[in-house]
Design a protein. Structure first.
Length: 435
């Protein structure tokens, strides 16, 4: 396999931990990083400190994209910055007939979905969206059971996703808390979940109706210890009175000696200029929801009942897939932060007429339930020749998940069902049926 040349657009923590580290290690024989692009010079310094092998590689500002392409002559654009930055880099890469790898969500709006779909249709390059949840062994086994016909024709799906007070709260400390940056959590986070359902059942979402609210976070959060904007966890004087913070810490760690008149908690130096990832979860600038329930209608008759909650005592999900021949059930609970013993995840199959079968899935190491290493292999080595079904997501799958997420939050705002095709602005026919 020929070594490919990559440029990284968005030198984020995700870019460093998920992609760059593995490109320099596991896949170094197949990948060469030839340039880095970001708006913040501090991100370059942070990256070079983590990965000295990249020191001296050319760096570029966002307005130097064309110069970067001309000077570095990449084969692949890897897009891993904040969600709202994805669209421009994806479109520019496809317009130059380059392959593009994008972190999910692909983009944050239906209008940008339209731009990307049009660029993909006209390009000799191909976009891949890094949906790692598809690759978890439990999730691939569910796909295989459906393909084997065990469930029959899919009629409905129930999916309830739970984020605990550690993980869920983290989205309200960071840039994700602004819809202009993330599209809201029905896009930034739920695209994972919508993509899984879309991929499992192989149907196209048509319409969504939903309710949503900001119940836990923001200035009106019931556990807000003080209504005061601009706080940061690292320097917060009321932190010992914050239930969310203290659930994962202790008083001895978060207080200072009485004779210390400054009374400020030590602040970790930020890797980025003018940005901190510990903003107060009760700030009034938060303009997204933390709770959704939704119903989604699909083109071949399936119905999805979906909910997600970003402030719960434990983390995981419950899933049921119903069909004309049977039902699949599974429940995942994240063990690392649970305050109780967590059973191993299995899949229960109930034939429409017959006895229950419990399917044990062999776990794999790696992030996102063992999905990350397998995704990276497909991205950097090509699809696994031993796999009999498509799993790498492209522009159409990326668009379907984003459009569903936008339909969800727009339905929350309007109180009406939202037709997903109508979110492709301008409203011209654009196929979103393919992978």
């Amino acid at each position: 396999m020929t070594k490919k040349r990559y440029v990284i657009c968005g030198v984020s923590a995700r870019a460093n931990g998920m992609f760059i580290r593995n490109m320099l290690d596991t896949f170094q024989a197949y990948c060469e990083i030839v340039g880095l692009l970001d708006a913040d010079p501090a991100r370059f310094r942070n990256c070079f400190a983590k990965f000295p092998a990249l020191s001296g590689k050319p760096v570029y500002r966002p307005d130097q994209f064309d110069q970067m392409i001309q000077e570095t002559k990449p084969d692949v654009i890897l897009v891993a910055g904040a969600d709202h930055t994805h669209a421009d880099y994806i479109v520019k890469g496809l317009e130059r007939n380059l392959d593009v790898i994008s972190e999910k969500p692909m983009v944050t709006t239906g209008a940008d979905c339209k731009r990307v779909l049009d660029a993909q249709a006209a390009s000799h390059g191909r976009l891949y969206v890094a949906f790692n949840y598809r690759y978890s062994p439990v999730h691939t086994r569910i796909k295989e059971l459906i393909l084997e016909g065990r469930v029959g024709r899919i009629t409905s799906v129930d999916l309830n996703w739970y984020l605990d007070t550690y993980h869920g709260a983290s989205y309200f400390k960071r840039w994700n808390r602004k819809r202009s940056h993330s599209g809201g959590l029905s896009i930034h986070k739920s695209t994972h979940h919508f993509d899984l359902v879309n991929w499992w059942i192989d149907q196209v979402p048509l319409e969504a109706f939903s309710y949503g609210a900001l119940h836990y976070y923001g200035a009106e959060g019931e556990l807000n210890p003080a209504k005061e904007d601009g706080r940061f966890c690292g320097t917060c004087r009321v932190k010992p009175a914050c239930t969310y913070a203290m659930r994962w810490s202790s008083r001895s760690k978060e207080t200072v000696p009485a004779d210390d008149h400054v009374g400020q908690i030590e602040v970790k130096p930020s890797s980025y200029t003018g940005y901190r990832a510990d903003a107060c979860i009760f700030d009034s600038e938060i303009d997204i929801e933390d709770t959704y329930t939704a119903v989604v209608k699909y083109d071949r008759g399936a119905l999805l009942s979906y909910s997600v909650n970003f402030s719960l005592p434990y983390e995981g999900y419950r899933l049921a897939i119903n069909g004309t021949k049977g039902r699949l059930e599974t429940m995942e609970m994240v063990s690392g932060r649970a305050s109780f013993e967590v059973p191993p995840q299995t899949i229960d199959y109930y034939p429409l007429f017959g006895g229950k079968e419990t399917i044990h899935v062999v776990p794999r190491p790696g992030g996102h339930g063992g999905g990350d290493p397998l995704l990276l292999e497909d991205l950097f080595l090509g699809p696994d020749p031993l796999r009999s079904y498509d799993i790498l997501a492209g522009a159409a799958a990326g668009a379907r998940s984003v459009l569903t997420g936008e339909a969800v939050w727009k339905s929350v705002r309007t109180g009406k069902p939202v037709r997903i095709e109508e979110l492709l602005v301008p409203s011209e026919p654009t196929g979103i049926g393919g992978g």
